[in-house]
Design a protein around this ligand. Structure first.
Ligand code: NDP
Ligand code: ZN
Length: 352
C-alpha cells in the first residue's frame, strides 16, 4: 500500500509499505476522510517529538473497517467508524489512574504519526478496536465527522481543563481549528464572555458563529494590554492557549485573574522552557492554576462528540474551508497546513 510519510525531520514523501494486519483485538481501517493537523507540521518540520524515519503521517481519520481480529466484538468489516487521534492501550496501569493519554508512558496514547504509522495511507492499523473505535452514523457528513477525532476533543479538553463555569469570562488565545473548538465548547458550557484572539478574518467569522463575544487581534497591539483593557484590569477567569509559541504562556498568566486557570492545548513544538512571569504569578502565590493536556481519545469520548453533531449542538464542518478529493491530495492539504494561507481554517481530504 502507499502512504504519505515523514521521511526524516524536514522531509516528506510518498512511500510503499506492507498493508497492516489486525491482531486479535485490533482492526484494519481504510480512510474515508482524513485531515492534516498543525501537529503534523510540528512533528515533521520542527522535529517536535524527535526524529522519525519513513513514518506515515496523519492522525485524524474516519474510515471503513476492512478487517478485525477474532476477539473484536462490536465492529466488523464494512462498518463506518470514527478513529480518535489518541488510541491508548486500555490494559495498562496508568488507565486506573485516569490518564489514558499517557497509558504506557507520557503521551504514549498518541500512537498515530508518533510511535506508529499514521492514517495518511490506503490502510491503517487500530489497536484495541472495541475500545478505540466509535460507530459513525450515516447522516453525519464526513467533513464534520473527521473534526471529532482531534479538533473537537482537543478544543473541548481546553475548556474542561480550565473548568469553565456558567457566566465565566474566558479568553481563547488562538482561533485556528483547535481554538475555535475551545470557543464553541466554552459557549456550550455556558461561559458569559468569550474573548477570542486571532487575526485571520475567516477564523474570526467562525469564532463569532461559535459564540465569541469579543475579538482581539494580536497584530493590532499587545494582547495582554487589549484584554486587560476589555476586562477593566480584572483579567479573565479562564484562559485556553491554542496558538502562538512558548512565550504565549507568559501572556496567558498575565491575563488570568487570581484563582483562575490557564489550560494549554497548544503543542509547543520548539523552545527549551515555557516562561511563567513571576510578578503576575503573584510571586508564585496567586492561586493561578497552570495545566495542559493531550486530547482525550477512546470510544466513549468519540461517541459523546458524535451526539453533539447528531443533535445539532455544533457544526464543526464550518471549519472545513478546503475540501479535496483523492488520497493523493493529502500532500497539498498538508502543505496548506504548513503555509496557513489567510483563507484557511482546516483542509479535509475525502478519499473516494
Ligand atoms: P493554527 O495555526 O490554525 O491556529 C493558531 C492560532 O493562533 C491562529 O488563530 C493564530 O492567529 C494564533 N496565533 C499565532 N500566533 C499568535 C500570537 N503570538 N498571539 C496570539 N495568537 C496567535 O493551529 P491549530 O488550531 O491547527 O492548532 C493549534 C495548536 O494545537 C497547534 O500547536 C497544534 O499542534 C496543537 N494541537 C494540540 C493537540 C492536543 O492534544 N493538545 C491536538 C491537536 C493540535 P492567525 O489568525 O493570525 O493565524
Ligand atoms: Zn492533531
Amino acid at each position: 500500500m502507499k502512504g504519505f510519510a515523514m521521511l526524516k525531520i524536514g522531509e516528506t514523501g510518498w512511500i510503499e509499505k506492507e498493508k497492516p494486519t489486525a491482531g486479535e483485538y485490533d482492526a484494519v481501517v481504510k480512510p474515508l476522510a482524513v485531515s492534516p493537523c498543525t501537529s503534523d507540521i510540528h512533528t515533521v518540520f520542527e522535529g517536535g517529538v524527535g526524529e522519525r524515519h519513513n513514518m506515515m503521517l496523519g492522525h485524524e481519520a474516519v474510515g471503513e473497517v476492512v478487517e478485525v481480529g477474532d476477539k473484536v466484538k462490536d465492529f466488523k468489516a464494512g462498518d463506518r467508524v470514527v478513529v480518535p487521534a489518541i488510541t491508548p492501550d486500555w490494559n495498562t496501569r496508568e488507565i486506573q489512574n485516569g490518564r489514558h493519554q499517557h497509558s504506557g508512558g507520557m503521551l504514549a496514547g498518541w500512537k498515530f504519526s508518533n510511535i506508529k504509522d499514521g492514517v495518511f495511507a490506503e490502510f491503517f492499523h487500530v489497536n484495541n478496536a472495541d475500545m478505540n473505535l466509535a460507530h459513525l452514523p450515516e447522516d453525519i457528513p464526513l467533513e464534520a465527522a473527521v473534526m471529532i477525532t482531534d479538533m473537537m476533543t482537543t478544543g473541548f479538553h481546553g475548556t474542561e481543563m480550565a473548568d469553565v463555569q456558567f457566566g465565566d469570562t474566558v479568553a481563547v488565545i488562538g482561533i485556528g481549528p483547535v481554538g475555535l473548538m475551545a470557543v464553541a465548547s466554552a459557549n456550550l458550557r455556558g461561559a458569559g464572555r468569550i474573548i477570542a484572539v486571532g487575526s485571520r478574518p475567516v477564523c474570526i467569522d467562525v469564532a463569532q458563529k461559535y459564540g465569541a463575544t469579543d475579538i482581539v487581534s494580536y497584530k493590532n497591539g499587545d494582547t495582554v494590554e487589549q484584554i486587560m483593557e476589555l476586562t477593566n484590569g480584572n483579567g479573565v477567569d479562564a484562559t485556553i492557549i491554542a496558538g502562538g509559541s512558548v512565550e504565549i504562556a507568559s501572556s496567558a498568566v498575565k491575563i488570568t485573574a487570581p484563582n483562575g486557570t490557564i489550560a494549554n492545548i497548544n503543542y509547543f513544538g520548539s523552545g527549551d522552557n515555557v516562561p511563567i512571569p513571576r510578578a503576575e504569578w503573584g510571586c508564585g502565590m496567586a492561586h493561578k492554576t497552570i495545566t495542559g493536556g493531550l486530547c482525550p481519545g477512546g470510544r466513549v469520548r468519540m461517541e459523546k462528540l458524535v451526539e453533539l453533531i447528531k443533535y445539532n449542538r455544533l457544526d464543526p464542518a464550518l471549519m472545513a474551508t478546503h475540501v479535496f478529493k483523492g488520497l493523493d491530495k493529502v500532500e497539498e492539504a498538508l502543505m496548506l497546513m504548513k503555509d496557513k494561507p489567510r483563507d484557511l481554517i482546516k483542509p479535509v481530504v475525502l478519499v473516494n
